[in-house]
Design a protein around this ligand. Structure first.
Ligand code: ZN
Length: 184
């Protein structure tokens, strides 16, 4: 088990579109270990997801998981999911605003509009094609991770920067919104 160092906003790897992972590469020891380390790193930092560029690897790999969360007991659960080369093949027209944070932009929160539901096609860690229909919080996590793989962060998606807040102030002034926060 290795906990990897998280790249922060400003490091070019966060802004570079990540490379596709070749089918033969997925089964390699290197990529399989990378995925395991990404899962360990996501759990260590209480993220609900992590994209490879966030640990300085510019490849289209993301991991997602939402377990029981003491801070946010009402948060929707998401089973451990590995997305390689994901594509969002359809998105609902309606948008929902929700609070997001990012391990690469520490101690900040902002309100981000996201598509309420979507269909995501990807490859799993065994190289098998998967198709995920996701709604609400799960859809939000997928969009946040997908954006990382394109070199985008949640700040780019905010339509009103006035909701941007530091973590302490978020706890002080927006505590009613603390039930569900997408941080990854
Ligand atoms: Zn993030």
């Amino acid at each position: 088990m290795s906990i990897l160092k998280v790249a922060r906003l400003g490091h070019p790897v966060i802004r570079n579109p990540a490379a596709l992972v070749g089918p033969e590469e997925i089964q390699s020891q290197e990529i399989q270990k990378l995925i395991d380390d990404m899962i360990d790193t996501m759990r260590e930092y209480d993220g609900v997801g992590l994209a490879a560029p966030q640990i300085h690897v510019s490849k289209q790999i993301a991991v997602l998981e939402v377990n029981e969360n003491v801070r946010y007991p009402r948060m929707s659960k998401v089973l451990l999911t590995v997305l390689i080369n994901p594509k969002i093949s359809s998105r609902s027209k309606n948008l929902i605003e929700g609070w997001e944070g990012c391990l690469s932009i520490p101690d900040m929160r902002g309100l981000v509009p996201r598509n309420a539901s979507l269909v995501c096609e990807a490859v799993d860690r065994n190289g098998k094609s998967i198709k995920i229909e996701a709604a609400d919080f799960f859809a939000r996590v997928i969009q946040h991770e997908y954006d990382h793989l394109q070199g985008n962060v949640y700040l780019d998606r905010m339509t009103n920067m006035k909701s941007l807040t530091h973590l302490n102030e978020f706890a002080r002034f927006h505590s009613s919104a603390q039930e569900e926060v997408e941080e990854s």
